[in-house]
Design a protein around this ligand. Structure first.
Ligand code: SF4
Ligand code: FES
Length: 229
């Protein structure tokens, strides 16, 4: 995990320096009393205010008392075992992208990842190759700045129509597979080219959105968008 949390070429903050320190010994939280189906969750913990390296804490969650998804287990831990655990989430149903993290070695969103998919202990880390703010919360500033740089909105020069900008069903279908992205950053932070050139390469998610606006039949800034890329 040491290398996975390196800054990407911009100045390192003191939090990043501590996040790159060697692992500390983690705490082990025993299974709740009376638990019949305890499952271990090994979770990356980092608190910049402690001025020490990260650690992996092990929690035991009673699956009989917990919902089916990894996000449910994180809530179980936060509400019933250790309230200091920090993670992002919003919608709880796979549409906001805020609960993205590395689970069992794969970048994914915790609210739609079934615990039952994972054999043995569930290992949870923040998204790789981003500075860590705290525990499972990475700093997404650069990711969203890169997204904003492609100006992800409809740009037109023609007079605004009285009602909507019209599009045929065929033109609309061209956007299938592009407009659905929820900006979770799982692809971008799992991309080796982005790890090594993240300050110059926009990464797969932002490029997908750039492509989405270039393909949009209503948009009238194609040349400008291509030139900027
Ligand atoms: S394209 Fe990338 S950022 Fe968008 S939803 Fe898929 S994995 Fe997440
Ligand atoms: S909480 Fe919104 S995608 Fe998981």
């Amino acid at each position: 995990m040491k290398s996975a949390n390196r800054g990407r070429g911009h100045e390192s903050s003191s939090a990043e320096c501590w996040a790159a320190e060697k692992l500390q010994e983690g705490k082990i939280w025993p299974a709740p009393e009376g638990a019949r189906r305890a499952k271990a969750f090994e979770i990356y913990r980092f608190d910049p205010d402690r001025h020490e390296g990260p650690r992996i804490d092990t929690y035991h969650v009673d699956l009989d008392e917990c919902g089916p998804m990894v996000l449910d287990a994180l809530f179980f831990i936060k509400n019933r075992i250790d309230s200091t655990l920090v993670f992002r989430r919003s919608c709880g149903e796979g549409v906001c992208g805020s609960c993205s993290m590395n689970i069992d070695g794969t970048n994914t969103i915790a609210c739609t990842k079934p615990i039952s998919d994972i054999k043995g202990a569930v290992r949870i880390y923040p998204l790789p190759h981003l500075p860590v703010i705290k525990d499972l919360v990475p700093d997404m500033t650069d990711f969203f700045a890169q997204y904003a740089s492609i100006e992800p909105w409809l740009k037109t020069k023609s007079p605004t129509p009285e009602k909507e900008w019209r599009q045929s069903p065929e033109e609309r279908h061209q956007l299938d597979g592009l407009y659905e992205c929820i900006l979770c950053a799982c692809c971008t932070t799992g991309c080796p080219s982005y790890w090594w050139n993240g300050t110059r390469f926009l990464g797969p998610a932002t490029l997908l959105h750039a492509h989405r606006w270039i393909l949009d039949s209503r948009d009238e800034a194609t040349g400008e968008r291509r030139a900027r890329l």
